[in-house]
Design a binder for this molecule. Structure first.
Ligand code: ATP
Length: 267
């Protein structure tokens, strides 16, 4: 990757209403970043810190990236997503310089949400990790977070990992990733809400989302997406044969649920 200029800056049009369930997590993000960002002076007057980063952790496919993107949408900020393993794979020898460019680009587009996925790569070097960052890269990341040579105003840093215990403890100090939020696998009401979001604006016939939620224990958000895609494909075939819309039904979703394997049982 020649520098970080390739990094896509999005202007997300999605918000929390596009993220099903997760009321707790959304509320925590509102309290910890959205309100402080919008009311910085008030928070400072009461001695509450503004800024710093948030670490999201939990099983894969349960909406961490989606939440980060929706957070940007909520505050009308630009959004940049960076996968840390890719960074380490491709930027060998110049990780520090490029990390700096990533942060610079985010600062330039402020207000912005900068999202780092797979930050377990910033862990103490361990043999069971595929890739881990060198000390210099970790130090560079820390000084970017601290805004040592630059102004991090209007910069919101979110990071995600499935393995928070791998992260170097220096990252959890105040002003860094001092807020850690667990993004759990969706429970029954959350699954119903997620399915509802996914079916919104599609031809459907009064679906009993709770009934489907009951049959999808252990499904992640991504699994539910798979279920809906599967049901829609079957429906599209029917619709093409008929040459007209055929609405999705509860039965279609229940059928699709049987074809998909849940991925989050162990959590
Ligand atoms: P990973 O740890 O693998 O990066 P993740 O937690 O970041 O996973 P996402 O990429 O946000 O997971 O979710 C995968 C997909 O699952 C999303 O693009 C979306 O389609 C769907 N999804 C997950 N959770 C939700 C949700 N709460 N509401 C609506 N869709 C969801």
């Amino acid at each position: 990757i020649p520098g970080a200029g390739y990094l896509e800056t999005e202007a997300p049009d999605m918000t929390f209403k596009d993220v099903g369930g997760m009321d707790d997590v959304k509320e925590q993000i509102r309290m910890k970043v959205i309100h402080p960002m919008a009311n910085a002076e008030l928070f400072k007057a009461y001695g509450k810190s503004v800024g710093g980063g948030i670490l999201l952790y939990g099983p894969p496919g349960c909406g961490k990236t989606l939440l980060a993107r929706a957070t940007a949408g909520e505050v009308k900020a630009s959004f940049m997503a960076v996968g840390l393993h890719d960074v380490l794979d491709m930027w060998i020898g110049q990780s520090e310089k490029n990390l700096h460019e990533v942060f610079s680009q985010a600062r330039m587009h402020a207000p912005s949400v900068l999202f780092f996925d797979e930050v377990d790569a910033l862990g103490a070097s361990r043999s069971d990790l595929k890739q881990s960052a060198g000390r210099n890269t970790i130090n560079q990341f820390l000084s970017e977070l601290d805004g040592i040579d630059s102004d991090n105003n209007g910069l919101l840093i979110l990071a995600a990992t499935n393995a928070p215990w791998h992260l170097d403890s220096a990252f959890r100090r105040p002003g860094r990733f001092d807020r850690i939020i667990f993004v759990p696998p969706p429970d029954l009401p959350a699954r119903a809400a997620i399915l509802e979001v996914m079916v919104r604006n599609k031809p459907a016939d009064r679906i009993d989302f709770e009934a489907v939620a009951k049959k999808t224990d252990g499904f992640s958000g991504a699994d539910l997406k798979g279920l809906i895609d599967d049901a829609i494909e079957a429906k599209l075939e029917e619709a093409m044969k008929k040459g007209d819309l055929v609405p999705l039904t509860t039965k279609d979703l229940l059928k699709a649920a049987k074809r998909i394997k849940p991925s989050t049982r162990e959590w």
